[in-house]
Ligand binder design. Structure first.
Ligand SMILES: [Mn+2]
Length: 360
């Protein structure tokens, strides 16, 4: 396991030096942020990103993410050109020696929450998805704007994209995903880049839009599209567990049994028929047995990147990017180090983090 930490580039108030001081962090999860969605990432930009991270004493373990253009998801006529650009980005990531790319295939909205500062009993706040609040929202009025929603959409363009999805049901979206996967995978294999699809977040339909990467059956169907270790998943335990019908550990056991987990996201959630709220990473705080998660990785000698996912806002953290403050993610990262070390020791193996500190 390569314990990793997401970094949003030089505008991120969490610096590479901050991250480097978190014990056991070996990998950076980041992206090229200044190329419009649909265009190819130039090699120079990928190499510059790599140099910047290495100058900070760290290495890129994962690209999160290369966004998939809406026209690919919609299966529009111009998709072949957009897919060629996507393949070029994968090739350039491979040339930079970066082994993993995370992406998702969610229509219109990336992750969605109703509240970014929902209080927890300990006085901290976190991201929440309260169904009764979501049901009152109408993305077509233009009155709402939530993070995770692409702010570049005007009321008119939002209406247009919703109209376009009236022609794309779940089966059609699967077909469009299949077309995309079959087109990019030979390139990913050649480039030595393992692809890792992130589940829909939350893993069910919102605002009538189709959503397909939602449960164990979906993972099975997805992996069967193209049977290669380069065609894998991001096992985001918190996203899968956000649907009370899912058993995230069962999904994980299935995917790791097929050697198709290419990236791990570890966050915990409290879940109910009311929706879900993100909580501290500790198992007892939420629905996920994190020790069982790490034990599965150790049992399978899993060697990929894992990152502590969304944290609560604690200790007066002023970070703007919701869920991506330094403190609670750092607490999560050290918690996962502890679980990893203990599980490795129980299996008669030694956990190595590359952090041995020697004073002169
Ligand atoms: Mn995730």
């Amino acid at each position: 396991m390569i314990n990793s930490f997401r970094w949003y580039g030089h505008n991120d108030p969490v610096t590479l030096q901050d991250i480097r001081e978190v014990p056991g962090i070996q990998g950076i999860v980041t992206a090229v942020y200044d190329v419009p969605v649909g265009e190819a990432w130039p090699l120079e930009k990928v190499l510059k990103l790599k140099e910047d991270v290495e100058a900070g004493g760290l290495e890129i373990s994962t690209i999160e993410s290369i966004p998939v253009h809406e026209d690919i998801k919609l299966g529009r006529e111009n998709r072949d050109e957009l897919i060629e650009n996507y393949k070029e980005s994968i090739r350039n990531v491979g040339k930079a020696g970066i082994p993993v790319v995370c992406y998702n295939f969610m229509p219109v909205f990336d992750w969605t929450r109703s509240d970014l500062e929902h209080p927890l009993p300990d006085g901290s706040t976190s991201l929440a998805f309260l169904k009764e609040d979501i049901e009152k929202m109408d993305p077509l009025t233009g009155e709402l704007s939530l993070p995770g929603w692409d702010s570049s959409y005007t009321v008119e363009s939002m209406k247009a994209v919703f109209e376009a999805y009236e022609e794309v049901d779940e089966e059609q979206l699967w077909e469009n995903l299949e077309y995309f996967i079959k087109a990019i995978m030979p390139t990913a294999e050649e480039a030595g880049v393992k692809m890792a699809i992130h589940p829909d977040d939350p893993p069910y339909s919102i605002f009538g839009l189709p959503r397909i990467i939602t449960n164990k059956a979906a993972v099975e169907r997805f992996l069967d599209i193209y049977d290669s270790e380069y065609n894998g998943i991001t096992m985001c335990v918190g996203s899968y567990a956000s649907d009370p019908a899912n058993d995230a550990l069962e999904i994980m056991e299935y995917a790791i049994g097929r050697n198709r987990i290419n990236f791990m996201h570890t966050r915990n959630v409290a879940v109910g028929d009311w929706g879900f709220q993100e909580v501290a990473h500790l198992s007892e705080a939420g629905a996920i047995d994190m020790n069982a998660v790490i034990k599965l990785l150790v049992d399978h000698d899993w060697v990929g990147p894992l990152r502590s996912d969304h944290g609560r806002r604690i200790w007066g953290d002023q970070t703007v990017t919701p869920g991506y403050g330094l403190y609670d993610r750092a607490l999560g990262a050290t918690y996962f180090n502890g679980l990893y070390e203990a599980n490795m020791a129980a299996a008669g193996k030694v956990a190595k983090f590359g952090t041995k500190q020697v004073n002169k």
